[in-house]
Write a protein that binds this ligand. Sequence first.
Ligand SMILES: [Cu+2]
Length: 118
Amino acid sequence: MNYKTLTLTLLLGLASLQARAEMTMSHEGHDMSQMEGMNMQMTGEQVMTKGVITRLDEANGKIGIKHEAINNLKMPAMTMVFRVADPALLKDLKVGDAVRFHAENPAGKLTLTKLQPQ
Ligand SMILES: [Cu+2]
């Protein structure tokens, strides 16, 4: 075996090793995306809660709601003020309206990410 053949053999060996590693990695990525989808379902990403509007503060992006129990936040029924993720969610709503909403609690600030008439 001369020097050139040896180098070529080594390079081919490395290339096939790398190809195998990439195949394993893409396989793992696939498995992980499946698990993320399952977690989203288990944490109830889209749980909607019913309530009635008691206050509207469009300028500050806040809304008061007398709400039923919020299952995904383990919160009992009560009347309270939420922030809204997007002030546009408050458009076309008025005090006394029955609504359905999805609330999240990122960094301890209760936020409505979805809000629609019931
Ligand atoms: Cu509450």
